[in-house]
Design a protein around this ligand. Structure first.
Ligand SMILES: [Zn+2]
Length: 120
């Protein structure tokens, strides 16, 4: 009666043992790989040197202002007559572009208000 269960248990044990063996072999090979890939002291020293050099480069680059940051600017000038400021967007300098934008936004904001007034 109990033979079936015993067989099943024995089979499971065998599978477990096989799985354990597989896990062990994988763990061993992974450990070997890790050992192989671990950098030596000499390599560590070189890495440290490289990192320090990179940090120095980054610091000098951002500190002295030699590198341009943000949106690249062209040599264009503002299209508004008499304005000599550099171009920013849509042919205008920042001042005139913002002024135009403000006008457009005001116009866009006043449109729905007019519609509401018509409805009443
Ligand atoms: Zn302008």
């Amino acid at each position: 009666m109990a033979t079936r269960k015993q067989v099943a248990k024995g089979g499971a044990r065998k599978v477990n043992a096989a799985a354990q063996g597989f896990v062990d072999s994988v763990a061993r090979s992974v450990a070997d790989k890790v050992k192989e890939d671990l950098p030596t002291r000499e390599e560590f020293r070189e890495l440290k040197k490289a990192v320090r050099e990179l940090q120095r480069k980054l610091r000098s680059g951002s500190g002295s202002g030699t590198r341009k940051a943000g949106r690249p600017r062209s040599n264009r000038k503002c299209e508004v007559a008499g304005c000599n400021l550099s171009h920013v967007a849509q042919g205008f300098c920042s001042r005139h572009y913002q002024a135009r934008r403000r006008e457009e936004m005001a116009a866009a904001a006043s449109k729905p208000a007019r519609k509401k007034a018509r409805k009443r």
